[in-house]
Design a protein around this ligand. Structure first.
Ligand code: HEM
Length: 455
């Protein structure tokens, strides 16, 4: 295991601190403890949780060994078994490494430039329609709004027109049951016989039936052209020229939805809260950017115009620095790994933590401050060293949906900033560590008022 650092014993102080702070650990989540470990023990330390030795790697240099390891050294599948009841058998983390790699290539293809252009048109349409339905003024829970909107955009871009237009309500309900069946309990015991897991399994079967029907129709009507992720999967071929089965297509669609839905929803919410909270500093520049770029593109919100909104982009990147929704990235150690004279043993769990990494003060100046400009100009803070910024992971398994996520969240805030004025009506929320994908705790209510002359 990660042996003792030269001037401290990594194991016992941490263990004691778990005991001392058990109450806080439950309420405040694991981060305080990890921060403590980093402050007192440095960039590699170990926490023993029951029989499991968990090794934390914190900071750009330590991240390098994590992200540059091969799959046969550090493996994802053992820590992602909780996804199997939702994604399905022989899909992603349950498939052989060779098949998994090909399936991830299918996902990548669904998110390439050609498909991205089609996705953006659909996202803009859904978002504009959604916000047009808001009254002229009122109070709204950002998190609830975005979660409903993003299930619509994801349905349209990934699952296709048939599901979006014919069975959206039914699908959203089943999707919710799948989500509810992915808790901390599921992480440790994915098949524990709980009501939530039973509902999850029933929802998975019903969703499979819905998709089977749509896939069958599409295979019959081959002349109609579709530009969604479902069609990319229907057309996909494994290296041996076989096609993904209907169940594999269903599983990959669900995997894309799960990877993209909560993460984008949470990020849109934090981003709104942070911009509104810091509006005296940032709003006028953000609006100026919107005006300039939308004028230049004749009010067309598109891949091209969105790609030029650098300050909006930096605001999202800064949001994800402060509040990355995935707070612990984990791997099972298959082959011992060396770092800085320490050995991380086979059987350990290796962990990196984006929110801890993003608050290292010699990488990010005044780390608690919301300052999108740290990512702009000649020397962006995240470019000084590789793996300083890990909201989307890094290396061979970094996020395949990063570009999609940026475009989606930027679309939402480009529209909202131009059309509405906002005010906060509550304290800034704390992160909710009881969820696997960490977002703001509790309601996120803001006041809004439609602008008379929207930009
Ligand atoms: C992987 C974050 C949106 C698809 C990851 C990882 C992170 C991440 C941290 C690495 C996990 C690990 O190393 O264990 C995010 C954030 C998002 C976002 C913060 C939004 C703000 C999306 C979207 C999609 C997506 C919209 C797809 C539609 C994936 C996939 C992987 C992944 C397929 C697995 C890649 C692999 O294992 O090779 N994401 N993600 N993500 N993400 Fe995202």
């Amino acid at each position: 295991s990660a042996s003792k650092s030269p001037n401290a014993s990594p194991r016992f102080p941490i263990l004691l601190s778990i005991l001392r702070r058990r109450y806080d650990f439950i309420n405040k989540g694991p981060l305080e403890l990890i921060q403590d470990g980093y402050n007192s023990l440095g960039d590699i330390f170990r926490i023993q949780i029951l029989h499991q030795s968990v090794v934390f790697l914190i900071g750009p240099q330590a991240h390098k060994v994590f992200f540059e390891a091969k799959d046969n050294q550090l493996s994802q599948r053992e820590v992602y078994t909780f996804t199997i009841p939702v994604f399905g058998k022989n899909i992603v983390y349950d498939a052989s490494p060779k098949i998994m790699q090909q399936q991830l290539k299918f996902v990548n293809k669904g998110l390439n430039l050609i498909n991205m252009k089609a996705h953006i048109g659909k996202i803009v349409m859904e978002a504009e329609e959604w916000f047009n339905r808001w009254p002229d003024s009122g109070e709204i829970d950002l998190m609830k709004e975005f979660s409903q909107l993003i299930i619509l955009t994801a349905s349209r871009c990934f699952l296709g027109k048939e599901i979006r237009e014919n069975v959206q309500t039914e699908f959203a309900h089943l999707y919710q049951q799948l989500s509810d069946g992915m808790s901390h309990l599921s992480f440790f015991f994915p098949n524990a016989p709980t009501p939530a897991h039973r509902k999850r399994n029933a929802a998975r079967s019903k969703i499979a039936k819905i998709f089977e029907k749509v896939i069958k129709q599409r295979r019959i009507n081959e002349t109609i052209e579709y530009d969604d992720f479902l069609q990319v999967l229907i057309n996909a071929r494994y290296l041996d020229d076989s096609t993904p089965t209907d169940d594999e297509i269903t599983g990959l669609l669900l995997a894309a939805l799960f990877a993209g839905q909560h993460t984008s929803n949470i990020t849109s919410t934090w981003m709104g809260l942070l911009i509104i909270k810091n509006k005296s500093e940032w709003m006028s520049n953000l609006l100026e950017e919107q005006k300039q770029i939308m004028d230049k593109y004749h009010q067309d919100l598109s891949l091209d115009s969105l790609s030029e909104m650098n300050l909006l982009h930096a605001a999202m990147q800064e949001t994800l620095r402060l509040y990355p929704p995935l707070v612990l990235l984990m791997r099972k150690v298959i082959e011992p790994i060396l770092y800085n004279g320490y050995v991380i043993s086979k059987g350990d769990i290796a962990v990196v933590s984006p929110p801890i990494a993003h608050r290292i003060s010699n990488v990010y100046k005044n780390p608690e401050e919301f300052n999108p400009e740290r990512f702009l100009g000649e020397n962006p803070e995240d470019q000084k060293e590789k793996f300083s910024y890990i909201a989307f992971g890094g290396g061979r398994h970094s996020c395949l949906g990063e570009k999609f996520a940026y475009l989606q969240v930027k679309t939402i805030w480009s529209i909202l900033l131009r059309k509405f004025d906002f005010e906060l009506c509550q304290e800034h929320p704390e992160p909710d560590y009881s969820a696997l994908v960490v977002g703001p705790k509790g309601p996120c209510i803001v006041k809004f008022k439609r602008k008379i002359d929207s930009l």
